[in-house]
Design a protein around this ligand. Structure first.
Ligand code: PEP
Ligand code: MN
Length: 369
């Protein structure tokens, strides 16, 4: 549990919540300090900035590294905000402590690795500062809990978790799927744990941040971590999801903070069900994509064997069989027929593309001979 009295902001609707804001990365001293000043003006009490950036692929901006730590120290001195950064190795922990960083967080890639978490836990032993643990990149609640246990065993009493969504192979709406049921299950099992949400890494784009922040508030999260930059378009990392301090102020002012209680319980159920529907829709699309690739193969076969694309008998068979099957699953024949008509049309469109493409290239290669 986090001692939150000093951490909540005052003077807007989210005033009972912990709001952490700051750039994805501290890029230069000026960018860091200017962003911090703007945030301090709107009442933010905790400043975040990545110093060592875990990048999925090498060659991207990897952070200012230790050279950026004095900038955070300056933020603290000039604005009075508490400062926090991500640590992924014992060396990061020692460096951060040397520069008086107030709080540390473990990133999603680190939480996914118990060896790394244990090394960090050993490095912070004896220093009781607030630690935030982001969820692992994969939707594995036990791994997340395991990281909490390791850090707690190091004697950390001010512990919080940050829900930043989970990686998926196919991206639909979100950069990282929220799978709200996981943080909610964590809350159910550990009611005293402080839970924040990170709408920036869930959304991956600015336009979704307000919506995801409100969802987290409706689910009674204790606060938000939101990436904020004085010039988001020029950011060296996560540019698409960073917002200006002014936009952050607007979002915080428009949040509706509900009283915990029945309405939240209903929301939990609703969110769980929505999440199940999202998952099933993803599976449906995956399957339709696979169906189309089989259809593509058929297109090729028909071309090679001089068969017509549309075979009326097969079409009527499919329609009547599917319609019967649909009825046995509670789906009206009208719906099933519409659905399969639409799938069939898409399939024909695919096969036509394949046939025309092949014949054009066959003509082209003839000309070159
Ligand atoms: C970050 O906070 O900038 C970051 C790298 O987050 P995550 O570990 O959630 O990807
Ligand atoms: Mn980021």
């Amino acid at each position: 549990m986090l001692k939150t009295d000093m951490m909540t902001i005052r003077g807007n609707r989210a005033d009972s919540k912990i709001i952490i804001a700051g750039p994805c990365s501290a890029e230069t001293e000026m960018q860091t300090i200017k962003t911090a000043r703007e945030l301090s003006k709107i009442g933010i009490k905790i400043f975040r900035a990545g110093i060592w950036k875990p990048r999925t692929r090498p060659g991207n901006y990897e952070g200012a590294k230790s050279a950026g730590l004095p900038w955070l120290k300056r933020v603290k001195k000039e604005t009075g905000m508490l400062v926090c950064t991500e640590v992924a190795t014992p060396l990061h922990v020692f460096e951060a402590l040397k520069y008086g960083i107030d709080m540390l967080w473990l990133g999603a890639r680190t939480t996914a690795n118990p060896f790394a978490v244990q090394e960090i836990a050993d490095a912070i032993k004896g220093v009781d500062l607030p630690i935030f643990i982001k969820n692992p990149i994969n939707p594995d609640l036990e791994l997340w809990i395991g990281a909490v246990e390791r850090i707690r065993s190091a004697g950390i009493t001010q512990l919080a978790v940050i829900h930043r969504g989970f990686s998926t192979y196919r991206k639909y709406k979100y950069r990282n799927d929220p799978h709200w049921q996981l943080p909610l299950e964590l809350k159910r099992r550990y009611p005293d744990l402080t839970i924040l949400s990170d709408p920036s890494h869930i959304s991956g784009r600015r336009s979704l941040i307000s919506e995801v922040s409100q969802q987290a508030m409706d689910l009674d999260f204790d606060g938000l971590m939101i990436e904020t930059h004085i010039n988001p378009d020029e950011a060296l990392s996560d540019a698409r999801q960073q917002i200006t301090p002014n936009r952050l102020r607007e979002i915080l002012e428009s949040l509706i903070i509900r009283k915990p209680g029945e309405s939240i319980k209903n929301h939990l159920t609703l969110e769980k069900l929505r999440s199940e529907i999202d998952q099933m829709d993803a599976e449906l699309l995956e399957l339709l994509g696979k169906r189309m690739s089989v259809s593509d193969k058929m297109g090729l076969y028909k071309k090679e064997n001089n068969l017509t694309i549309f075979q009326p008998q097969r079409y009527s068979e499919i329609m009547s069989e599917r319609s019967q099957e649909g009825l046995s699953k509670g789906l009206s024949s009208e719906f099933t027929e519409k659905l399969f008509k639409s799938i069939h049309e898409e399939s024909i469109r695919h096969q036509e593309t394949i046939m025309t493409k092949r014949s054009r290239s066959a003509k082209g290669s003839g000309r070159n001979k």
